[in-house]
Design a protein around this ligand. Structure first.
Ligand SMILES: Cc1cc2nc3c(=O)[nH]c(=O)nc-3n(C[C@H](O)[C@H](O)[C@H](O)COP(=O)(O)OP(=O)(O)OC[C@H]3O[C@@H](n4cnc5c(N)ncnc54)[C@H](O)[C@@H]3O)c2cc1C
Length: 425
């Protein structure tokens, strides 16, 4: 194979955006993807349950300013522009909570968020749990939402990370799925599927990437794998990644989240389409909280969301445990009679997926400043991209998207400089 201008490792939201940008800039580009599909942590599953659901990203976060919202509009992919913050329902184990309970919990959560962000903004990069009230009635629900946002429990989330995130509170789900949007946007890009890069050598004239299909050469390089994958050593770098990058990977690990989807024969919930139900059992203080999407866009699905420590622990305990936890909660909310109409169950396992090793990145307390290290070029022709690299939209698809475009621009600038130098200008 000839030497390409830009080699990209990973065909997730960042790698695909980088490839498209590089192509638009007239560069030759090649993308290597370990999985047999594109999208990475954005994957619309149409097969496991005979209904469409997103195994990973589902929401257009900060949707009113998210560049992917405009792309969805251009491609005719509908989304639901929900009010912010949107209304949900609350089940307390012994029965449904009313508006007062919902308000009480929302106020508690917003106060916690404000305190965490204020600590971070003041330069106190401490654990979120050190900045918030962890004894309130709603603490388990607040814990759940922080884990859903950050992928780690509040004791492991940096307040500075919380302060840095740019949130407009507009969270809009895509009807056909986020994965379907990426598939539509990026069809036709040169992606080599089922081709894990095992080693990268940046010490020579050209960069060399080893894959099971042979070695490929490139003039510049964009690596988009998650921080945990990068830290795992599954790609061997020569020379080794700089110490500062390795410290940043350790300080900004990939947190955890999983979903369990239940498919039913018919509507047995009696709620409006695309309802959201939070569950915190007040009968059992040891039971973690979780939440459900009910009948998104009228599909016969109920999808449990498990975050952080709960997601990781259940995944490690095995799919049966994860399903059992979610199913018991769903049965407690709607009655176990609903399972007479159950037609299928599917669960994700992002933490043990060797190509992601987690769901989305989160800076540990005291470590938020290290994200900036990930955003710097590793060397003049080697750039990192991906959600963890974003200064203000980390953990999201739009963060990955923006950093992919920026990395392609940096690669193009390097190549322009290299050509000018070769011509002696
Ligand atoms: C359960 C869950 C829910 C989420 N919900 C949302 C949401 O609602 N909204 C939102 O905005 N974000 C959400 N996210 C986060 C979002 O999915 C990610 O932030 C984003 O998709 C990351 O994109 P990326 O390109 O940085 O990384 P990835 O998608 O991980 O892309 C990297 C790619 O590299 C590949 N790869 C790994 N190793 C190699 C190798 N050696 N060689 C070649 N390829 C390799 C991987 O297979 C992968 O395809 C969610 C994530 C999860 C898991």
């Amino acid at each position: 194979m000839r030497t390409v201008d830009v080699a990209i490792v990973g065909a997730g939201a960042a790698g695909l955006a980088a490839a498209r940008r590089a192509d638009e800039l007239g560069l030759s580009v090649f993308v290597f993807e370990a999985k047999s599909r594109i999208g990475g942590r954005v994957f619309t599953d149409r097969e496991s349950l005979g209904a469409v659901w997103d195994r990973g990203a589902h929401w257009l976060h900060s949707a009113d300013v998210n560049p992917l919202t405009r792309i969805a509009e251009e491609l005719g992919h509908p989304y639901l522009a929900r009010p912010r913050p949107f209304d949900g329902r609350f089940h307390l184990g012994h029965g449904w909570g009313g508006p007062a309970e919902w308000r009480g919990y929302r106020e508690e959560f917003e106060t916690a968020m404000d305190r965490a962000a204020a600590a971070g903004a003041e330069g106190r990069d401490v654990a979120v749990s050190d900045a918030i009230d962890t004894s309130s009635r709603w603490r388990r629900m607040v814990h759940h939402i922080f884990t859903a946002i950050s992928g780690l429990p509040p004791s492991e989330i940096s307040t500075a990370d919380i302060a840095a995130y740019r949130d407009t509170e507009a969270n809009w789900p895509l009807e056909r799925g986020y994965g379907a949007l990426l598939e539509a946007r990026y069809a036709g890009l040169p992606v080599e599927l089922s081709t894990p890069v095992t080693a990268i050598d940046t010490s020579g004239g050209d960069i060399a990437l080893d894959t099971p299909r042979g070695t490929v050469r490139a003039r510049s390089l964009i690596v988009t794998v998650s921080t945990n994958v990068l830290a795992s050593g599954s790609i061997r770098f020569t020379p080794a990644l700089p110490d500062a990058v390795q410290a940043a990977l350790a300080g900004v690990p990939t947190g955890n989240a999983n979903k369990v989807a239940f498919h039913f024969r018919r509507d047995i919930f009696g709620l409006p389409d695309t309802s959201y139900v939070s569950f915190m059992d007040e009968r059992d203080a040891a039971r973690p909280a979780c939440s459900f999407q009910i009948r998104p866009f009228g599909s016969e699905l109920a999808i449990a969301y498990l975050g952080g420590d709960l997601a990781a622990n259940l995944e490690r305990a095995g799919e049966a445990e994860m399903v059992d936890f979610s199913r018991t909660a769903l049965g407690d909310i709607f009655g176990t009679g609903i399972f007479k109409e159950l037609t299928g169950i599917a669960a994700t396992a992002w933490t043990t997926d060797p190509h992601t090793l987690g769901a989305y990145s989160c800076a540990l307390p005291g470590e938020a400043h290290r994200r900036a290290v990930l955003a710097k070029p590793v060397n003049e022709r080697f750039f990192l991209a991906g959600e963890a690299v974003s200064a203000d939209w980390f953990s999201t698809v739009q963060g990955a998207h923006v950093t992919g475009i920026e990395a392609a621009d940096k690669a193009a600038a390097f190549l322009r400089r290299a050509i000018a130098k070769a011509r002696g200008r």
